[in-house]
Design a protein around this ligand. Structure first.
Ligand code: FES
Length: 159
């Protein structure tokens, strides 16, 4: 989402997306995907035109957006760090690593650092279990991590 995307702009573009998809059976998810694709998130200003177009309440639309973690409410940062939360990584200190990373970045899951650099997301197995704990920075996998190596990965991505 661009800073120039005004609420009016979002409303109009969302209304177009709604009218393009309204005839589908079960149109809400396709509409949310298209809105997410258009703005990089489902902004607040998109909720009302979706609700109006599908004859739903704001709460119903909001409930679906909240249920699916893939729908962001604000745009992701320039880089996305996905930390594995699945069992093999948990068994070798994944929880502790996640706490350390969240503390170092000053954010929680699904949040973005205030400078817009890093978004932190959980992921459930990256297929790198033998090198746990594992993470993925953008499209690159990393294994056998500790707080220091994650810090290096974040610093590298930020250059
Ligand atoms: S459990 Fe973490 S990579 Fe498989």
């Amino acid at each position: 989402m661009d800073l120039q995307d005004s609420a009016q702009d979002i409303t109009e573009r969302t209304a177009e997306i709604v009218s393009r998809n309204a005839q589908l059976e079960g149109p809400l998810l396709p509409i949310l995907h298209d809105v997410h694709h258009a703005f990089g998130c489902v902004p607040d200003a998109a909720i009302q035109p979706i609700a109006d177009g599908l004859n739903l309440s704001r709460a119903e639309v909001h409930g679906v957006v909240s249920f699916y973690h893939d729908f962001r409410k604000s745009p992701a940062g320039r880089h996305t760090l996905k930390l594995c939360r699945a069992e093999a990584c948990q068994s070798v200190g994944g929880d502790r690593l996640a706490e350390d990373v969240m503390q170092a970045l000053g954010i929680n899951w699904h949040e973005t650092t205030p400078d817009g650099r890093i978004t932190l997301e959980p992921v459930y197995c990256l297929g790198l279990c033998s090198c746990a704990p594992a993470a993925m920075m953008d499209d690159t996998l990393h294994g056998r991590l500790d707080a220091a190596s994650v810090k290096d990965i974040v610093a590298e991505a930020s250059r």
